[in-house]
Design a binder for this molecule. Structure first.
Ligand code: GAR
Length: 222
């Protein structure tokens, strides 16, 4: 459904650190007057810098530290209960660096979205820029995708690509990719608010009225 200011899309944004993707999402909501309500910015780390930014913007923020739980399952169960209480339409992982268990993912099936700094299915896991350089790929990028129980895997909503240069380092790739991540994730949030994103049987994504969901640098193919 297309959301309206009276019936906004409710999103929970989960972070673990800097929170620049969360900021890009929040800024897009404000700049484009999107009918989106951020029902929480939740971090599993109390020292996440993104929490301060969100608090200063007047957003509801909270910390649920994984360190306060004896097991991964216990943390997942507490997070699940908290998010259920907030009833978000979507849970947007924005640099959330905890692996979520399959029970959690199945509970919110089709409602968890992640951004990963590689062109999935290449380079899941950590150190993606290093992995890209080690493989000599000439295009690198980021992927916004639905989350499945398999780590850094799932139906792809949109991707942004950048060329890899001979002098690139993991740091230079990360720095060039980050603004593209922000654009891609913000656009996906717009499509979600417009009710255009459908997860089809068989696991492919369709975005109504949209032909290309691919960026080369900061240009979206039209
Ligand atoms: C981003 O580059 C994001 O793609 C990555 O962590 C960074 C978080 O930055 N996420 C992952 O690696 C998830 N597998 P941010 O806190 O500034 O958004």
């Amino acid at each position: 459904m297309e959301h309206t200011p009276e019936q906004p899309l409710r999103v929970a944004i989960l972070i673990s650190g800097r929170g620049s993707n969360m900021q890009a999402l929040v800024d897009a909501v404000a700049a484009d007057h999107l009918p989106v309500q951020v029902c929480t910015v939740l971090s599993n780390r109390a020292d996440a810098a993104g929490l301060d930014w969100a608090r200063a913007r007047g957003l509801p923020v909270e910390c649920l530290s994984h360190r306060d739980f004896e097991s991964r399952d216990a943390f997942d169960a507490a997070l699940l209960a908290r998010l259920d209480a907030l009833a978000p339409d979507f849970i947007l992982l924005a640099g959330f660096m905890r692996v979520l268990g399959s029970d959690f993912v199945r509970h919110f099936d089709g409602r968890i979205i992640n951004i990963h700094p590689s062109l999935l299915p290449a380079f899941p896991g950590l150190h993606t820029h290093q992995q890209a350089l080690a493989q000599g790929v000439q295009w690198h990028g980021c992927t916004v995708h639905f989350v499945t129980p398999v780590l850094d895997h799932g139906p792809i909503i949109a991707q942004g690509a950048i060329p890899v240069g001979a002098s690139d380092t993991p740091d230079s790739l990360a720095a060039r990719l980050l603004p593209i991540e922000h654009r891609v994730y913000a656009q996906v949030l717009r499509w979600l608010a417009e009710g255009r994103v459908a997860l089809e049987e068989g696991g492919c994504v369709r975005v109504a009225g949209v032909e290309h969901r691919a960026w080369a640098g900061d240009t979206l193919f039209e």
